[in-house]
Design a protein around this ligand. Structure first.
Ligand code: BES
Ligand code: ZN
Length: 597
């Protein structure tokens, strides 16, 4: 073989670094990381070494042990891949060090102004490397099969703290006055997309002997309350998959600009503050990121084409954890909410059915553009079908064996299938796995998750136009997730009087649960319901989570007044959005019609 990943210059015939040593200086005014990355080889290496880079200035490269210069060439910019950095290693190279600097535009980093933080006094920096943005933080073999352990020293302004996807190894005054150095060590081999760094004014609270939560001082106590149940989740997950292998499970609550709900950075899950609903109703995201400690971080997709192995298994596991803690009914509701997301993604990719396969083919496709609920929800349904076919106890044994067999490796769908065939001969054929993996849309044997309560809520919502309304007692008895199912099944556009009724009876505009709030605001936006425009503006100016920005901006596209609102808010908000968020909003605005629809 040679190149194995459509999104990386990694070449498996070349030397493979198995350890990094990173020295980084965080420059907030310049919005750069200046640094040195040392790539260490398990055996003496020689010859050509191709690395991935994006927006990096490469200053020098040398043999770590001797300081002898290493010749290199930086290739031309390629649209998805970035620029190839080709090093020519002399014989017997144990380690090579590269001095470099990141760009303010690095897509893997977001630099926040103090005004974008809760405290408002200090700037904030965070990374988001999945799928292929690690290369904008450091030159590396940025493919999930090239796993690395790492250690790092990060110099930050005094008064700020750094956290990484690694164990903390202490901090001390830095080399320059007014700085502090934080040291880290990740002893287990991880894929490059799990490299993570955040810097800001941070405090932490212990939640259990192996878990703590980090956040800005103004948020940290709320975060500690919201996520107090994390140890129970870890215990449930261990019951499913075997012992937790990463020592600590810590979490970081980021400022609201964070573009995702959560990111499973090992030892330090990153979370959006929109999870802080005040009633623990959104902690399924923590269950999800925690489950990635096995499905994703221990057993990893080889490339973005096998992303369903990460996300499908993790959604399935998240719902198993939820079922163990909250029971069957709550679990059925979660599957129903997932079905809604799946239906939306299938609709969005109606003209790109190749993106609805589980095993995708992404040559020439940016993984950020292929992102959708399909690997998550279609993937989780395939896992459920496999489980139903063999029964829960046998599937549990299978999962444990799967984890054992592939731990700390990065695998393809084909490797997964070979292992499954070995354990359960004929199973894949029986469930028509080929259709699931390589066919578009949903196969006929897709499981349907229903319950009496779900059916009642759905029927009530769908009868809205016939005048059906929930009674106050009924609404009172619904969980936040049940209320979400209700809202998701309401008509998209309503009369102003109906909007007013909904908001009054269900208290929607004041909700702390962002899933509910945004679902409501989408209905209101699509209904041209002016009383909530102020709240829509607030949300769009504050929150960078793509899951909310995309549908809200889309819903604002239906009427002239809301389109104007959207364009005006975007003009104001764009500079504070993550580059990914900015891109998807621009795409939504680009779809706006000229006339009302
Ligand atoms: N690993 C993903 C986030 C991700 C995927 C970032 C691909 C970049 C590229 C994370 O585990 C995730 O799935 N987050 C979800 C939450 C989850 C409960 C479905 C999110 O951010 O909404
Ligand atoms: Zn995930």
């Amino acid at each position: 073989m040679a190149r194995t990943d459509p999104h990386s210059h990694f070449d498996d015939l070349q030397p493979r670094a198995t350890r990094w040593h990173l020295r980084l200086l965080v420059d907030f005014p310049g919005r750069t990381l200046g640094g040195e990355a040392t790539l260490i080889f398990p055996r003496p290496a020689a010859g050509v070494l191709d690395l991935d880079t994006r927006d990096l200035a490469i200053h020098r490269a040398w043999i770590s042990a001797t300081g002898a210069a290493v010749p290199f060439e930086l290739g031309p910019e390629e649209p998805i891949l970035g620029r190839r950095l080709r090093l020519h290693l002399p014989a017997d190279t144990h380690g090579v060090t590269i001095a470099y600097e990141t760009a303010p535009s690095a897509p893997g980093l977001q630099w926040l102004e103090p005004a974008q933080t809760e405290g408002g006094r200090h700037p904030f920096l965070f990374s988001q490397c999945q799928a292929i943005h690690a290369r904008s933080l450091a030159p590396c073999q940025d493919s999930a099969v090239a796993r690395v352990a790492y250690d790092a020293e990060v110099t930050v302004p005094e008064g700020l703290a750094a956290v990484m996807s690694a164990g903390p190894m202490g901090d001390e005054p830095g080399p320059m006055p007014g700085t502090r150095v934080f040291r880290f060590r990740m002893p287990q081999p991880i894929p490059s997309y799990l490299l993570a760094l955040a810097v800001g004014e941070l405090e932490s609270r212990d939640l259990s002997p192996r878990s703590r939560v980090w956040a800005e001082p103004a948020t940290v106590d709320r975060a500690a309350w919201e996520f107090a149940g994390v140890e129970e989740m870890i215990l449930k997950a261990e019951g499913l998959f075997g012992p937790y292998d990463w020592e600590r499970y810590d979490m970081l609550v980021l400022p609201p600009a964070f573009p995702y709900g959560g990111m499973e950075n090992p030892r330090m899950t990153f979370l959006t503050p929109t999870l802080l609903a005040g009633d623990r109703s959104l902690v399924d995201v923590v269950a999800h990121e925690l489950a990635h400690s096995w499905t994703g971080n221990l057993v990893t997709n080889a490339t973005a084409e096998h992303f369903w192995l990460n996300e499908g298994f993790t959604v399935w596991a998240e719902r198993r954890i939820l079922r163990a803690i909250h029971g069957d009914e709550a679990c059925a509701v979660a599957w129903a909410i997932g079905q809604n997301a799946l239906d939306e993604s299938l609709e969005r990719f109606r003209d790109e059915p190749q993106l609805t396969l589980l095993r995708t083919h992404l040559d020439g496709v940016d993984p950020d553009d292929a992102f959708s609920s399909i690997p998550y929800e279609k993937g989780a349904r395939l896992v459920a079908v496999l489980e139903q076919a063999v029964g829960e106890p046998a599937f549990q044994d299978f999962l444990r064996a799967y984890m054992q067999r592939f731990r700390f490796t990065s695998i393809t769908t084909e490797q997964f299938c070979a292992f499954t065939e070995e354990r359960f001969p004929g199973l894949l054929r029986r469930v028509d796995a080929d259709r699931w993996l390589n066919g578009p849309g949903m196969p006929a044997n897709a499981p349907v998750f229903r319950s009496g309560q779900l059916d009642r809520i759905t029927a009530l919502a769908r009868a809205w136009d016939q005048g059906a309304r929930p009674g106050a007692d009924q609404v009172e008895a619904w969980s936040p997730s049940e209320l979400l199912v209700y809202l998701q099944n309401l008509p998209r556009a309503m009369a102003a009087g109906d909007c007013a009724w909904l908001d009054r009876e269900l208290g929607l505009t004041a909700r702390g649960n962002y899933e509910l709030l945004v679902e409501w605001l989408c209905i209101a936006a699509a209904s041209d319901y002016a009383p909530v425009f102020g709240r829509i503006r607030e949300v769009l100016l504050r929150v960078g989570r793509m899951k909310y920005l995309r549908p809200l901006y889309a819903a604002l596209g239906r009427h002239a007044a809301t389109r104007e609102l959207a364009r005006e808010v975007f003009a104001q908000a764009a500079a504070g959005y993550h580059p990914l968020s900015r891109r998807i909003v621009q795409a939504e605005l680009g779809k706006y019609p000229d006339q009302d629809v």
